[in-house]
Every structure is written in structure tokens, then in C-alpha cells.
Design a protein around this ligand. Structure first.
Ligand code: SAM
Length: 291
């Protein structure tokens, strides 16, 4: 086994030898704890059968470990100054390919087709926290063949993903994640496991992408639009959220009638609605708009 990149001394050595400066705007907090890295690969249940997509390899700490467990690793890194460093640190890993791109502009389907013959991949990452939600939403909404997503995120974001109605953490991200996936909190990771240290605790969460959506609706786009309206004005009622943000062309009385047709109080708040209720609301709105 090659020497691990992820010890604090080796990480410091690589950074200093290459004159690398951490870029805050790219969310660069590198992992320096080998046990955490093994735990991530084990929680993701990576085997030699797997093709793994890694977002943001940094200097390759997680990539190196993933390469030990996986058949193939494709890692997408936006920071061009890291590419020559990665060529060195991962020189011994012949099953790793690095792409110098922005993950939000990457054709993930093409990677899956070219590198894994269209078969489902696993996504593993210590995510850049400034774009956690767009990355996850992109992976989920586009419906790529992805088995599981195992990611390091801010602890508070992991809690939001698993939050249930009426909880203060519950919001649009909770609904989206739970609509597409079963989520499992794998571990809490303290700031000391990173260089530089972030200010808050982090968590690793595994999202198992379900073959079918958790609830069925007549119109998925409308479902997510309604979710956005419901949470767009936190302390307002669902009715006001739909009226102010929905742009449905319906009067307040018409929207009240839709809500009451479901047997709900018209003063109901969005944060009390679960997936099933959002699906019911979607179908009632769909019938009103198309009926
Ligand atoms: N995987 C490494 C580790 O665990 O030590 C680094 C993780 S660091 C939290 C996030 C990484 O994502 C950085 O290397 C950063 O440059 C990269 N990154 C930030 N924005 C990105 C984007 N839009 N597309 C691809 N990589 C990005």
C-alpha cells in the first residue's frame, strides 16, 4: 500500500513543496484523518466492481483511498493548480482519472456512459460546502444512474436532509432528498480532521437512490415548485406562499378552495406538510390548473 497522503505531516509537506495556497472560495478543507477516509469508503460499500465519481479530489487524500477500494475512480476538480499536484500524489494509482472541470458544468451522464458502460455509479465526496445543495440537487433531479451518494457535508445540512415535518430544520432540501432517497447518517466528523479546520462539525451521510420516487404525483415539476413556494416564506401560511410566489394566476379564494378540498385548514403552514401531503397538493393543483 502506498504511503497515505492524508496524514497531517504529509499533507503539509505536499502543500509546502508545491507552494499551494488554500482557496476559501473553492471550499478547500482537506481531510487529514486516515480513519475517516477508510470509514467513508466502507460506508459507501465500495468494492472492486464499482466505478466511483469523486467531486473535488483536492490533493487526492480521499481519491487515493477510493482507488484502493474501487475498480475505477473518476475525480472532477475545478482548481487547475491542483491538477499537477494530483498527477504526482496519485502517480501510483492507475485506476484514477482526473478531470479539470466544474462539477456543475460536467456531463455526468457522459462519464457514466464512457467510464462505466452506462451502469450505475457511486458518488463519493468531501463536498465543497458552498455548493452542497446545487451539487446534490443536480445529481438527484437529472435522474442519472447513481446507486448511492456518500458525502461529507456540514453537520447541520446532514440534519436538514433527514428532518421531518414540524422540525425547524425541515425544508425544501429535506423534501427533495427524501423524495429520491433513503438517507443514513454515517458519522459526525470534528473540525480537527481537516486542514484548514472548518468552524463547524461535519457529517458523512449516505443517500441510497431509490429505483422509484417515494410518492407519485401527476406533475413532478409542479411538486417541486409547490415545495419551493411552501418554504419560500418561512413563517407565512401555505396559502400566502402559493399566492405570493406561485404565479399560478389563481385568486386567493381559488387557492383557499384547493387547500380546503384536501380537508386542510386554509391557515396550514408549509413546514407541516410531509411528502404525501405535497403529492396530494400537487395533484389537486394540477387538476385545478388543467381541469
Ligand atoms: N477531497 C479532498 C479531501 O477530502 O481532502 C478535498 C475536499 S475539499 C472540501 C473540496 C474540493 O472541491 C476542493 O479540492 C475544491 O477545489 C473542489 N471544488 C470546489 N468547487 C468545485 C466545483 N464546482 N467542481 C469541482 N470541484 C470543486
Amino acid at each position: 500500500m502506498a504511503e497515505r497522503i492524508s496524514t497531517p505531516s504529509r499533507t503539509r509537506e505536499i502543500i509546502e513543496a508545491n507552494g499551494f495556497a488554500f482557496k476559501k472560495n473553492f471550499g478547500q478543507n482537506f481531510l487529514i484523518d486516515s480513519n475517516v477516509l477508510d470509514n467513508i469508503a466502507e460506508c459507501a460499500e465500495i468494492t472492486k466492481e464499482d466505478c466511483v465519481l469523486e467531486v473535488g479530489p483536492g490533493i487526492g487524500s480521499l481519491t487515493q483511498v477510493l482507488a484502493e477500494y474501487a475498480g475505477k475512480v473518476v475525480a472532477v476538480e475545478i482548481d487547475k493548480t491542483l491538477i499537477p499536484i494530483l498527477s504526482n500524489t496519485l502517480a501510483d494509482c492507475d485506476n484514477v482519472e482526473i478531470l479539470n472541470q466544474d462539477i456543475l458544468k460536467t456531463d455526468v451522464q457522459a462519464i457514466i456512459d464512457e467510464k462505466n458502460n452506462g451502469k450505475p455509479i457511486k458518488v463519493v465526496a468531501n463536498l465543497p460546502y458552498y455548493i452542497t445543495t446545487p451539487i446534490l440537487m443536480d445529481l438527484l433531479e437529472k435522474g442519472y444512474p447513481v446507486d448511492t451518494i456518500t458525502v461529507m457535508v456540514q453537520k447541520e445540512v446532514a440534519e436538514r436532509m433527514q428532518a421531518q415535518p414540524k422540525n425547524k430544520e425541515y425544508g425544501a432540501l429535506s423534501v427533495a432528498v427524501q423524495y429520491y432517497c433513503d438517507a443514513n447518517l454515517d458519522m459526525i466528523v470534528p473540525p480537527a480532521c481537516f486542514m484548514p479546520r472548518p468552524k463547524i462539525d461535519s457529517a458523512v451521510i449516505t443517500l441510497k437512490v431509490l429505483p422509484e420516487r417515494k410518492v407519485q404525483t401527476k406533475d413532478e415539476k409542479l411538486f417541486f415548485h409547490l415545495v419551493k413556494c411552501a418554504f419560500g416564506q418561512r413563517r407565512k401560511t401555505l396559502l400566502n406562499g402559493l399566492f405570493n410566489l406561485g404565479e399560478f394566476g389563481l385568486s386567493k379564494d381559488e387557492l383557499t378552495a384547493v387547500i380546503e378540498s384536501l380537508g386542510w385548514d386554509s391557515r396550514v403552514r408549509g413546514e407541516t406538510l410531509g411528502l404525501q401531503e405535497f403529492a396530494q397538493l400537487t395533484d389537486a393543483m394540477y387538476d385545478k390548473l388543467h381541469g
